[in-house]
Design a protein around this ligand. Structure first.
Ligand code: DSN
Length: 476
């Protein structure tokens, strides 16, 4: 151990300002080089994925692009560490670095969100939500969340998920304007007296009034869980009100808008020491147990390291600039699409998301998604309120501006993006709910325009664009 210090939770590794030795970087480079020789089939698929991401216009609202440093950290040798438990209280040896990394990730998550508590171990936000629910509810207790068809999430009480099977799930919905129907929600809360109320959505383009949710939760002594998976970047950057000190607990995924690895996060704010359902155990302690050992075993050390890196990237001023651009772009995109005659749900957006009803163009959501993909534009089908088509077909399309802003596109470019969307949607002829015909010349011309835009606005990982690739040492 000469030349190295050993971390404990109380004594993080200090390197005295010395640069990293480069052993990890050498390992990554050697690994990729070996992969090319040992498994060219897989190496090709990975290269094709990078190429596709660089050359398509991704408007999938639940996606963002991870910084190359986040991707590299996610592939680090920490993957080889097996260590159940928490820093300083592991069930396996050899967790010195992992302990320090997990402490760093927790500290950075707390700093980024102004939280008093963070658990960085959930493998996804679905895992985080199910852990929270299992700690606060007994089977059969009442849970209230936004209906899946109104833009809610599976884990908010959908019958398709254990959250809707183990608990008594009562869903709330939207008003005629497509906004959360708080009047109806107040009636439902008074009638059903949920033990947990969830504020959060997968397809909701408007600001979520967390304080109003909290007042409703308090009126019946319910816990408020805020799921900010889709807006976590905006929350971190101050572009959406934060629920961290408003809700009892907050959950998020780390990849949708935080540019992190696939993973989840539980945050606690002002109320994290409030008692759980037993009247005495603080919520933070319940959360620690709820994740490990109650719902997960071994955590994913490399993913936790990548979260630590992503939280640092999200704390940089450039991230806040991008978040501002995300919102401005979404507003511009919604305005342009409306001007082109598309029905934009709720009439616009407050966040990164634009929902449109594609039935006006004679298409289903899945046909619109497939035709756009053929032209190099990615956006996913989405059910809309009152949808009569099945979930795999749908009547809507969900668009997001996270990656457009990460590419450095601004509101002026949204007119071009809207025109490309419009050209495809209006030029596509539906043969059924799932089949379509589109002129190959139109496909070629849209693809060419997409290529041009992508080349003008390269992703941070686009090595074709002269983005510097760090030197990681000779002879490796
Ligand atoms: N929840 C799904 C979505 O919103 O796209 C996947 O993360």
């Amino acid at each position: 151990m000469k030349g190295r210090s050993v971390a404990t939770p109380d004594r993080p590794v200090r390197h005295g300002g010395r640069p990293p030795t480069g052993e990890q970087a050498a390992l990554l480079r050697a690994g990729m080089r070996s992969l090319h020789e040992a498994d060219p089939q897989l190496a090709h698929l990975l290269d094709d994925e990078v190429h596709q991401q660089n050359t398509t216009l991704a408007m999938v609202a639940s996606a963002s692009v991870a910084d190359p440093t986040v991707l590299a950290v996610g592939g680090s040798a920490l993957s080889n560490v097996t260590a159940e438990g928490y820093p300083g209280a592991r069930y396996h040896p050899g967790a010195q670095q992992f302990d320090a990394v997990e402490n760093l990730a927790v500290a950075r998550a707390k700093q980024l969100f102004g939280a008093r508590y963070a658990n960085v171990q959930p493998h996804s936000c679905s895992s985080a939500n199910l852990a929270v629910l299992s700690a606060l509810l007994r089977p059969g207790d009442t849970l209230m969340g936004l209906d899946l068809d109104a833009g809610g999430h599976l884990t908010h009480g959908s019958r398709a998920s254990v959250s809707g099977r183990h608990y008594r799930s009562v869903s709330y919905g939207l008003d005629a304007g497509g906004r959360i129907d708080f009047a109806r929600l107040a009636d439902l809360v008074a009638e059903h007296r949920p033990r947990v109320l969830i504020a959060g959505a997968s397809a909701y383009p408007r600001t979520v009034d967390f304080a109003r949710f909290r007042r409703l939760a308090d009126s019946v002594g319910a816990y408020l869980l805020a799921d900010i998976s889709h807006i976590a970047g905006l929350v971190a950057a101050g572009q959406h009100p934060s629920p961290v000190d408003v809700a009892h607990l907050t959950t998020t995924s780390t990849y949708k808008q935080l540019g992190g690895p696939r993973g989840g996060l539980i945050l606690g704010g002002r109320d994290v020491a409030a008692p759980g359902p037993d009247g005495r155990t603080p919520l933070w302690r319940l959360m620690q147990r709820a994740v490990f050992p109650q719902s997960q075993g071994t955590p994913s050390p490399a993913a936790i390291a990548a979260k630590a890196r992503a939280f640092a990237v999200a704390a940089e001023p450039a991230f806040r600039d991008t978040a501002r651009l995300i919102v401005r772009n979404a507003r511009a995109l919604a305005g342009e699409l409306a001007a082109l005659g598309h029905r934009v749900l709720t009439g616009g957006t407050d966040n990164h998301m634009v929902l449109i009803d594609v039935t006006g163009t004679g298409l289903s959501g899945v046909v619109a998604e497939r035709a756009l993909e053929e032209c190099g534009i990615l956006a996913n089908r989405n059910r809309i309120p009152g949808d009569t088509k099945p979930p795999l077909v749908t009547s809507g399309l969900r668009l997001g501006t996270n990656i457009l802003a990460q590419r450095g596109m601004g509101p002026d470019r949204m007119r071009e993006c809207a025109l490309l969307l419009h050209t495809v949607l209006s030029g596509c002829q539906a043969l059924s709910d799932t089949a379509y015909r589109i002129d190959p010349a139109l496909v070629a011309s849209v693809r060419a325009e997409v290529q041009w835009l992508c080349a003008r606005h390269p992703l941070p990982m686009d090595t074709r664009a002269g983005v510097p690739v760090p030197s990681i040492g000779a002879g490796t």
